[in-house]
Design a protein around this ligand. Structure first.
Ligand SMILES: NC(=O)c1ccc[n+]([C@@H]2O[C@H](COP(=O)([O-])OP(=O)(O)OC[C@H]3O[C@@H](n4cnc5c(N)ncnc54)[C@H](O)[C@@H]3O)[C@@H](O)[C@H]2O)c1
Ligand SMILES: O=C(O)C[C@H](O)C(=O)O
Ligand SMILES: [Mg+2]
Length: 603
């Protein structure tokens, strides 16, 4: 019965979308005149029709000619293309920051146009608003700062957060991305300047998942910084004090989480770029109480696992052979351990709880074994025993080169944050891999921190490899008309769908099952033909489509695990009656799309 209501609501939505170019639904605005022009959410610049200018007190505040949305779009793209032309030959940093500035100015002025150009040109613009340029933006944030975006909660706000949260102007917030700036990409502690990451991630939420930009909130939790250079920088915009530690630190995060939950109980909080100790600890602390997840641990794991399963298919082997794959993971931080934990769960599902996978884990001190004095508890399950490695001629702390030479792994996966660590010698050693298609995943960000470049990988490890990197690289010309395909193994293929699916499910919490469903959905998205060509992930051009599918998979899993409480008028029973296709349709119909709506003034 209820589902019929939902269906008819969905049908009317579909109807209004079809008609949307002609008569989009109205949007209530409580402002008039110049206040509207200065609000990027409502502003249409020269696109305000004459009648609207009359109704909203805008007449005379704009040049007389009305410019259509399409013309505004073309005008922006022309200025962007001429900026590209005019900056040719200049350094990467100068060009990237110039591109970021022009996009950011549009973002500050007219959100509808901004998100439309971002969505339509995601392949060109993701590398600017997301990795790698976002890293450069964070490094230079205090100098680039012009207008605030998002919220800042600092150690000085202790005891005030419950009231501060009400300073945010939107009545409803669906998606929050939170960082404390302690491990920004592979760039280390950037303190308050890390706010660029939540902003970039939420831009991806809007572009890929169609989360309404009025309902997103980027948040910086400024508990100080241990970056001496920033502490000494007179322009640094954050607290000039060492990071809070221990209970003092947790008290700040607790207070923030309580404040968010009090105002928006259904908001989803994505933890991003926290240093390892807090990444794991906060995940365990909050995941049963709030609807939250840690993208670096859980989103990354799902994307990596999907890619790893793809490499098994690429070898023409059944998926169950994943249990026999030899995988060397370089980097035992939040990302590397997240990947291994999820990979272990996958092997256990295939072989039973006594699973004995062939995983080798290295950190800055080399191969991690049980001989190691202090092994992090999260890394302990992956520490090798002397017996296991002695026959390979390896011992505690063995170097990466030694490990690759002796193990002959099917997969070499880097999440170390150390640029170039897959040296020529290491890559050449991968030629002796036991796989017919050795896989090299250089997943660290941004580009300069990638363990190797795409060209280096194909040049040294050979044409047969499958390659993936966290930040984008161009495909590699292998000669004779052959192309070495470059995949982008980045959590952007999952986090928007995890957030969207959890939101539309009205999930109480985000379970391992929901994350597994997301990963499996991504893994099965690729056809055999694509996989054979070394294409493990979809093109970023189809990110909205894959996100809808992932969102639906997450939603269905939330229903199956009985953590779905429903969203808006669609209750859990309605959700449970939806077929897979209906769920995908429901998700797609709930994705926001940038279009000018008629503004109606309401006092
Ligand atoms: N592609 C993606 O989607 C994705 C997702 C998450 C993180 N990352 C990237 O992964 C990197 C690591 O992130 P993290 O959160 O795990 O960081 P982290 O600081 O928690 O862990 C880094 C790990 O690398 C190890 N390491 C450092 N130097 C090393 C060396 N020379 N050899 C071997 N290991 C070394 C450290 O000991 C540590 O175990 C970052 O660059 C981040 O941008 C990428
Ligand atoms: O931000 C990214 O591009 C991926 C990931 O979350 C990272 O921390 O590197
Ligand atoms: Mg991250």
């Amino acid at each position: 019965m209820m589902w019929r209501v939902a269906r008819s609501a969905a049908a009317s939505l579909r109807q209004s979308r079809r008609l949307s170019t002609a008569i989009p639904g109205p949007c209530m605005v409580h402002k008039r005149g110049a206040d509207i022009l200065h609000d990027p959410w409502f502003n249409k610049d020269t696109g305000f029709p004459i009648t609207e200018r009359d109704r909203l007190g805008l007449r005379g505040l704009l040049p007389p000619r009305v410019i259509s949305f399409e013309q505004q779009y073309d005008r922006f793209m022309e200025s962007y293309r001429s900026l590209e032309k005019n900056t040719q030959g200049q350094s990467y940093n100068v060009v990237s920051l110039a591109k970021w500035r022009i996009l950011n100015r549009l973002h500050d002025r007219n959100e509808t146009l901004y998100y439309r150009v971002l969505m339509d040109n995601i392949k060109d613009f993701a590398p600017i608003i997301y990795t790698p340029t976002v890293g450069l933006v964070c490094q230079n944030y205090s100098g680039l700062f012009r207008r605030p975006r998002g919220m800042y909660f600092s150690a000085k706000d202790k005891g005030e957060m419950m009231s501060m949260i009400y300073n945010w102007p939107s009545h409803q917030v669906d998606m929050i991305v939170l960082t404390d700036g302690s491990r920004i990409l592979g760039l280390g502690d950037l303190g308050v300047q890390g706010i660029g990451i939540p902003i970039g991630k939420l831009d991806m939420y809007v572009a890929a998942a169609g989360i309404n930009p009025q309902r997103i909130l980027p948040v910086m939790l400024d508990v100080g910084t241990n970056n001496q250079k920033l502490l000494e920088d007179r322009l640094y915009l954050g607290l000039r004090q060492p990071r809070l530690e221990g209970e003092e630190y947790l008290a700040i995060v607790d207070e923030f989480m309580e404040a968010v939950h009090a105002r928006w109980p259904k908001a989803i909080v994505q933890f991003e770029d926290f240093q390892m100790k807090w990444a794991f600890e906060t995940l365990e602390r909050y995941r049963k109480r709030f609807c939250m997840f840690n993208d670096d641990i859980q989103g990354t794991a799902g994307v990596a696992l999907a890619g790893l399963l793809g490499t098994v298919r690429a070898q023409g082997r059944p998926l169950t052979d994943f249990a026999d794959q030899k995988i060397v993971v370089v980097g035992a931080g939040s990302a590397g351990l997240g990947v291994l934990k999820m990979a272990l769960q996958a092997v256990s599902r295939m072989t039973g709880p006594e699973a004995d996978p062939h995983f080798f884990l290295l950190d800055k001190d080399g191969l991690i074994t049980k001989e190691r004095k202090c092994v992090d508890p999260a890394a302990a399950p992956f520490a090798k025993s002397q017996g296991e490695i002695a026959e390979l001629g390896l011992s505690e702390g063995a170097s990466l080169l030694d490990v690759v030479k002796k193990v002959k792994p099917h997969v070499l996966l880097g999440l170390s944050g150390v640029g170039g660590i897959f040296s020529e010698e290491v890559l050449k050693a991968m030629r002796e891999s036991d796989s017919i298609k050795p896989a090299i995943f250089a997943m660290s960000n941004p580009t300069a921190n990638a363990e190797c470049t795409a060209i280096e990988a194909f040049q040294h490890a050979g044409d047969k490899i499958v390659f993936a990197s966290g930040s984008p690289f161009d495909n590699v010309d292998l000669g004779d008309g052959k192309i070495g395909h470059v995949n982008q193994a980045n959590n952007m293929y999952l986090f928007p769908g995890i957030g969207l699916g959890s939101l539309l499910a009205g999930a109480r919490i985000i379970t391992d099952g929901m994350l597994q469903a997301a990963s499996e959905c991504l893994a099965s998205y690729m056809t055999d033909e694509e996989i054979q060509r070394g294409v493990l992930y979809p093109s970023i051009d189809s990110i909205r489509d894959i996100t809808a599918e992932v969102g639906a998979a997450v939603l269905r899993s939330a229903v199956a695990e009985e953590v779905a409480e429903g969203h808006g008028e669609v209750g859990p029973r309605d959700l449970s009656h939806m077929s897979k296709d209906e769920t995908i349709r429901y998700v797609k119909e709930n994705m926001w799309f940038p279009i000018y709506s008629p503004l109606v003034h309401e006092k």
